[in-house]
Design a protein around this ligand. Structure first.
Ligand SMILES: N[C@@H](CCC(=O)N[C@@H](CS)C(=O)NCC(=O)O)C(=O)O
Length: 211
């Protein structure tokens, strides 16, 4: 499999964690999201992913999958061990809820395209953009903090899709200096995940394209 990735992309980071947890081998193709206006906008990448975002996963059949949550669930279906979703339907809904707070409610408001739009098109000052970024992380993390179950992971004793989404968002929050002192359960779940090699190998600074 070929993973189109960027070291700092949190959506690609999710997928690196999932592939590592499953022990599935993958080749990485780095797509630089800022150099020369963003290599994601080149016609050759558009042909792979018409949304011009990372990650994309090209299967050995040549088929390309996009959207990290859809891909993670696909991987869980083709390679059931270790499961990334709980066996019980109720627990599954809870794990997906945390994952979706990150992937549907926090990340789209704070990803590169959204921040560039605020800056370049709407002409906001950097301080306003930083405040915007912090606001949506703090709002989403406040809800997740209440939803986290006794650990060590976000949904209990096993790593789930909730951790896979949460850890990259925590990484980004730290990078952009969002204070995490009000979220001890999130910080603890992140620390528990960081002890696992699958998470460590997926960290942005451990990628071949890291700068
Ligand atoms: N919902 C998508 C989000 C993908 C996404 O927004 N990726 C960002 C990087 S984290 C991207 O490629 N941005 C391209 C750009 O800003 O032009 C997913 O989960 O895969």
């Amino acid at each position: 499999m070929k993973l189109y990735t960027y070291f700092r992309s949190s959506a690609a980071y999710r997928l690196r964690i999932a592939l590592n947890l499953k022990g599935l081998p993958y080749e990485m193709v780095a797509i630089h999201l800022t150099k020369d206006g963003g290599h994601q906008h080149r016609p050759e990448y558009h042909a792979i992913n018409p949304q011009e975002r990372v990650p994309s996963l090209q299967l050995s059949s040549g088929e390309v999958l996009i959207q990290s949550l859809a891909i993670i669930e696909y991987l869980d279906e083709i390679e059931p061990e270790p499961p990334l979703l709980p066996a019980d339907a109720l627990d599954r809904a809870k794990a997906r809820a945390i994952a979706q707070i990150v992937a549907c409610d926090i990340h789209p408001l704070n990803n590169l395209v959204s921040l560039q739009y605020l800056k370049r098109t709407l002409k906001h000052e950097q301080a306003e953009i930083d405040a915007w970024y912090h606001h949506w992380v703090l709002e989403g993390f406040a809800a997740i903090e209440e939803l986290i179950e006794p650990g060590p992971y976000a949904c209990g004793a096993h790593v789930t899709i909730a951790d896979i989404c949460l850890v990259p968002q925590v990484f980004n929050a730290r990078r952009l200096k969002v204070p995490l002192d009000k979220f001890p359960k999130i910080v603890a779940a992140d620390a528990a995940c960081q002890k696992l090699p699958a998470f460590d190998k997926a960290r942005p600074e451990n990628q071949p394209d890291a700068e």
